[in-house]
Every structure is written in C-alpha cells, then in structure tokens.
Design a protein around this ligand. Structure first.
Ligand SMILES: [Zn+2]
Length: 686
C-alpha cells in the first residue's frame, strides 16, 4: 500500500562511501510528505559542541560518580585475549592515525574489562559492546563519563535476550505482522526470523551497522525521546523499507534475502535520519501500546526470568482490556489507535452479554458454515469501511478480536484470527484475556456497560456461582480502582456509542430465537390464501437451504445475469413505478462479493437496483422479476438477515427453481413481510 521506492541492489552498496546522497532513502521523504505536516517535536539534532552534555543529561549521568576508581587495572578476564583481538580488529578498520588507535584500543578494552568485572558477566565476541563504545568515544569525554554512558545505555536501551530465539525477536515479528502481515508471512515462509538479520541492530542500537554520523544523530533523537521501545520501530521501518525488494525475491535463496536485510542500515545517511525517526514515531503511534507494559519489564530489567514461549507462541499482538476501553472513550480527534471490535465468541455466549460496540462474528460458523462465514467476514470489512467513512465513534482501523478468554473455546477464535492474518489484513490484535477480562474490568458496573448481560447464562458469572472463583474475582474487582474512576465517563460514552452502532452497523449473526419465532416470517399454516399455492410449500420458509447446491448451479454468473444496463436516479425511480416499498440492502453474489443495492417492491415486480460506485444517487437496474414468479423466500436460521428469493414455477409436488437472488437486508423481516403481502395482494386482485 505504501509507495516505498525500491532499494538499490546489493552490489551497489560497495560504493556507499563515495555517495553524497542516498537515493535509497528518498522514500522516507516521499512518505513524510504523504503523511502531511506531521510535526514531531520530540527531538532535534544536537550541535556537536553540546552533544556530550545533552547525552549525559538525557542518560542521567551528569552527577554520576566515577565508577572506574574501583578498577584494579588488572586485565585478567578469562577471554581477555579474545577481547583484545576483537578490539584491535575493530579499531584497525576505523582508519585513524596510530596514536589515536592506541588510545581508542586502550579505552575500549579498559571499559569493557571493568564492566565485565564489576557486573560479574563474561565478554562474548560480537555482543555489540565494542560498536556501542565508538560513538561514545567520539564525544572525547573523560573515560569515567564514557563508562557511565556505556553502562546506562546497556541498562536502559539494549533489550535483554538478544540471543538466539530471544524475546526481542518474537516481539519484533509481532510488530511486523501487525503492520505488514504479507511481508511477515513471506519471511515466515522462508523461515527467516528477525534474529537472523537484526541481532546486530538491537545489540548496538545500530552503532555496528550505520556510519558514525548517522548513529550520533539517531542517538540524539533516541535519548531525547527516552523510549527504549523505539528500537523496535526503527527496526520495523528498516524492514518495511525493503518490502518491495524482498517480495520480489520469492525465488531467491534464504541467505540472499537475509543478506539484503542485513545490508539495509548501511545505506542510511545523516540526511535521512530525521525522516527515518519520524516515520518510526508514526508507526509507534499506530501500534497498540498496552502490550509494551509487560514486555518492557521483561526486556529492560535485570535478572528477570524470561518466558520466551509467551511471546513466541502469540498468534498476534495482544491488547490489554484497559487500552481497549480507554481508546473507546477518548476524543475521536486524538491521534491514537482506534479499535474496531470483533466479538468472535459463539452466539450463545455473545447473547449472554457483550460490549455494545462489538461486531459479532460467530467463530463456530467458520467450521460449520464456511460460506456464511465468508459472507459475514465480507460484511464485517464493509461495515468497518462504512463506519470509518462515516466517521463513526465505533469505527477503527485496528481490528481487535475478542475471544472468550477460556482456553477450551478459544481455539476457534484463534482460527478466526488466523484466517484474517492469512488474508494479509493489517492491524489485527486480540484482547488479552478475552471476554473474561472485559467482565472483570467493569466489575460491579458490568450490567451498565454490557448489553444483554444475563448472569444465569453468562459463562463468566455462571460457573463461578458455586465455587471459590467468585470470591477471587470479587477481590480482583475491588482492587481495580482505575475501572471505578473511569466508570462514569465510560458508561455514558458506551451508551452513546451503542445507539450509533445500532444505526450504522449491520449485525449479521443474531440470536436465532429473537426474530424467528415471532411468527412474522411465516405465512401461517392456517392462512386461507395458502391454497393459492396449491401443493407448493409455503412461500416463506426458514430453513438451512440444503437445496442450495442444486439451485446455485442455475446462476453461475451472478454479476452479469439479468443486468438490464439501465441507469437510473434512485430518488426519482422510487417515486415512480408504483413503488410499494424499498429497502437498502446488499446483494450477495455466489463468490461472496457484495454490492450496495436497493430492493424495490412495486405492485407487480421485485426490482433490484445496484449503486453505481462514485456516482451518488445513481443506480443500475439489475433485474425486474414479476412477483408471481417468486416461489420461495428463505432465510438461514443462523442468518435471519440473509434472505434468498427463489424464482420458478410449481412442478407437480415440487418446485422448479429457475433463478435466485440473495441479499443481506438489515430489517429483513419487514422486507419479506412487504413482499409476501404484495404477492398475496396481487393474487387476491386477480
Ligand atoms: Zn456475567
């Protein structure tokens, strides 16, 4: 979707030293222009003369003591020789004069040796420390200050677990998947994990991979920003930047792709840094924040046991319930992540209580009725698009899926989420803890915040009635002060939204018991007009359309058939032609596509108008069917709003179905009643 320009091929990177401009990062400028006047006042390039003081200040080292005083100056690490050789090798590449080299070698070796000794940790080759020290030494500070900066940077900014299969790489993968699922799945397919290319980026904050000028500028912005998580977005931009080039390498060897990625940071030039960081900042704004809470603790605290499984097995980015609810209550103009909630619990759970803003997508459908599921997904994406276009409060470009929070059921919810990811849909997340988390969050105010909550059928309430769980839950709720504080603000916001959602979004899967048993749908068995149909079954039936396979084959090409190619103005059309009633709906084609349409009932005909995209008020007449040819109107039990009109003629005891049309009609029961009345009316008047 982004117009990133292509990166230069690998072989031109040899000439990087001589380039004055970096065409490869021109996309950043383009992208920034596209983003408009995104003014980021979080940091500036610092003049060289001020840099040492600003860095010391930003890293809180100004008044730090001279730790080196306790250095015994004995260089006796177990692998002292390795360290010395590594340092020499590194400094040799720098090209300074010989006196300089000696002092740099001595500084680096001393600082690392003392660091290892005072922390009782071992030096390992390529751990990023040597690279990290170069920008610091360029400040020409006293060795004690350099040491303090080095110590602080490792503590505050270098994530723990920068090792094979480490947590940072799982997190980076989740962030990449969130913003670019296609690229993520491409790399997954190639069995390329982030650790294979961005280990040096994370270990040295790009110091080992970018030129010194770039690193100094980048760190200026980084330390002023003081957000240790920012490194992940810098890495993300590096990867996304290469997306076009990478996707073209689908037939290439894994190693070639990794080499390409590894080479990315070397192309960055000082002029690009500001845009590069701004873009990373933009992506960080467009990423849910709450998952960082746990992650930061894991990544930046000492001696914490890390359960990397927690992150390696995550299906997608987790979102905490407080972020979900808070984002629903903040001002729509605030530039934060807005969620479009998808409740994918089974119907019976949804019907026992749910958030009013949630779109219901029954996860059981996916296995039981794949076609209906496809339709519902299409409807969901349409509803999301419409809500966004209409500026609805319930709109959000970030899809957050809500499962039950109960392991036994959530495998289905996970399958639903996986199906969205497979379609390369961006911004997919899951609510951490599912519906249970929502339930707990609201605590005693739950009944005001949930729609249709029924304590006797609610799975969170019901099983805890007779056991200790209830008490536990109660305690947890009492401690949730934040929820209480938010409550009053929230309750009204939720209620306002509820109205809006009802008006704008179509809920495809509703309680099968709510509409169907009212009798409105059926022509009653005792209806004397039924005899008109002789042996034909009642025209309206609610069934599971088990004869679909037979009838569907009649209309192979839904799109073209019956198209009259007649364009009309909708408003004037509805005023003419003896129109009895009309219904806004969506025509559902066999392939799952849907078109915004009108179902027009005249005294004699059923007419389908289809909106012409980008021509407001104009429509194309798709078909005109005499009402007398309608032999059956069916609705699925699970989708009372998915209505099929079947056309044909009675053939002995059977019906010969000749054609059919299928629609999603928001107020389907009214529409079918109007059609049925009109059919009956027409028969009466004959
Ligand atoms: Zn409950």
């Amino acid at each position: 979707m982004f117009g990133f320009s292509k990166f230069c091929p690998l072989n031109t990177q040899k000439n990087l030293k001589t380039k004055s401009k970096s065409p490869n990062y021109r996309w950043l400028v383009t992208k920034m222009t596209v983003l408009g006047k995104l003014q980021l006042g979080y940091g500036k390039k610092i003049p060289g003369s001020l840099r040492p003081d600003v860095w010391l200040l930003c890293l809180n080292c100004q008044d730090a003591t001279n730790q080196l005083l306790s250095f015994d100056e004995i260089f006796d690490l177990t692998n002292q020789n390795d360290l010395r050789n590594d340092v020499k090798k590194f400094v040799k590449k720098l090209g300074n004069d010989d006196d300089d080299k000696l002092s740099v070698i001595s500084d680096i070796e001393s600082i690392i040796t003392f660091y290892c000794k005072s922390k009782s940790i071992a030096y390992t080759s390529n751990n990023g420390w040597i690279e990290l020290l170069l920008p610091l030494l360029s400040l020409k500070l006293p060795r004690a200050d350099t040491y303090n900066l080095f110590d602080r940077i490792i503590k505050l900014y270098i994530p723990n677990g920068c090792v094979k299969n480490g947590v940072p790489f799982h997190i980076l993968r989740l962030v990449l998947q969130y913003h670019d699922p296609e690229l993520c799945s491409f790399l997954d397919t190639k069995r390329i994990t982030p650790e294979q290319y961005c280990l040096p980026w994370l270990r040295s904050l790009f110091a080992g991979t970018c030129n010194l000028e770039v690193v100094l500028f980048m760190w200026d912005l980084y330390f002023q920003r003081s957000d240790p998580f920012f490194i992940f977005f810098l890495c993300l931009i590096m990867i996304i930047n290469a997306r076009e080039q990478l996707l073209q390498m689908k037939d290439d060897d894994k190693t070639a792709i990794i080499e390409t990625l590894i080479g990315m940071p070397a192309d960055l030039e000082a002029n690009d840094v500001s845009d590069f960081c701004s873009l990373a900042h933009y992506y960080s704004l467009k990423t849910p924040q709450s998952f960082r809470e746990d992650v930061l603790e894991v990544l930046f605290s000492e001696n914490l046991e890390i359960n990397s499984k927690l992150y390696s097995q995550a299906l997608c980015l987790p979102v905490a319930v407080h972020e979900l609810i808070e984002s629903a209550t903040v001002d729509a103009n605030v530039d934060n992540v807005k969620f479009f909630l998808v409740d994918c619990r089974p119907s019976e759970q949804y019907n026992a209580g749910h958030l009013s803003t949630a779109f219901h997508l029954d996860c059981n459908l996916m296995l039981q009725e794949p076609t209906a599921f496809k339709t519902a997904v299409q409807g969901l994406l349409n509803a999301q698009r419409q809500a966004l276009a209409a500026g609805s409060l319930a709109a959000g470009e970030h899809l957050c899926f809500v499962g039950s929070g109960r392991t036994e059921e959530d495998s289905y919810a996970h399958m639903v989420v996986a199906s969205f990811l497979k379609r390369n849909i961006k911004h997919v997340s899951m609510l951490d803890g599912g519906f249970v988390a929502i339930h707990d969050y609201f605590g005693p105010h739950m009944t005001d915040c949930l729609e249709e909550h029924n304590p006797s059928t609610c799975l969170v309430c019901a099983p805890s009635n007779n056991n200790d769980g209830a008490e536990l839950r109660q305690t947890k709720v009492k401690e949730n002060l934040r929820a209480k504080q938010l409550f009053s603000k929230l309750s009204s916001a939720m209620k306002a939204k509820s109205q809006e959602v009802k008006g704008k979004l179509i809920e495809y899967i509703v309680n099968p018991n709510s509409n169907l048993n009212t009798g409105e749908w059926h022509v009653s068995a005792g209806d004397r007009k039924e005899q008109r149909y002789r042996n034909v079954p009642p025209v309206f039936s609610i069934n599971d359309e088990d004869d679909d396979s037979r009838t569907d084959s009649l209309r192979k090409d839904y799109t073209e058939s019956d198209s009259l190619e007649e364009n009309v103005d909708i408003n004037s059309f509805l005023k003419e032609y003896n129109v009895v009633d009309s219904f806004q709906c969506q025509e559902v084609l066999l392939n799952g596509y849907m078109h915004d349409s009108y179902l027009v009932v005249t005294e004699t005909h059923l007419i389908i108008l289809r909106d012409i995209p980008n021509k407001r008020g104009a429509a194309k007449v798709m078909s005109r069917k005499p009402l007398s040819t309608i032999v059956k109107i069916t609705a699925k039990k699970r989708h009372p709003e998915l209505i099929t009109f079947k056309y044909g003629l009675p053939d002995g005891d059977n019906l010969l179905i000749k054609d059919m049309d299928r629609f999603l009609i928001p107020n389907a029961s009214v529409a079918t009643k109007v059609v049925s009345n009109q059919i009956v009316h027409q028969l009466d008047s004959k």
